[in-house]
Design a protein. Structure first.
Length: 82
């Protein structure tokens, strides 16, 4: 049972890797710019959690867009979801 959930999780990560990477950069830059005294693991956890959340919201937004043009929806899915 757990095996299927782990597999699904890694498939999700694999298909969204580039967006997770792109979205973690602003948080890393923020911590660098502000010279935060937080422990590096806390910074990592915040940056990655925020990136995952944004990617999830991005996917939900694109999937729930009501476009009447199927071609536009297809390209939005390709560009922003994978």
């Amino acid at each position: 049972m757990l095996e299927g959930k782990v597999s699904t999780f890694f498939k999700y990560i694999g298909s969204h890797t580039i967006w997770i990477y792109f979205w973690h950069i602003p948080f890393v830059e923020f911590f660098t710019y502000t010279n935060s005294d937080m422990h590096y693991m806390a910074k990592f956890a915040i940056a990655m959690s925020a990136a995952f959340l944004i990617v999830f919201l991005q996917e939900q937004l694109i999937r729930n867009l009501n476009t009447t043009n199927g071609r536009i929806q297809k390209w939005l899915n390709i560009l922003f979801i994978g």
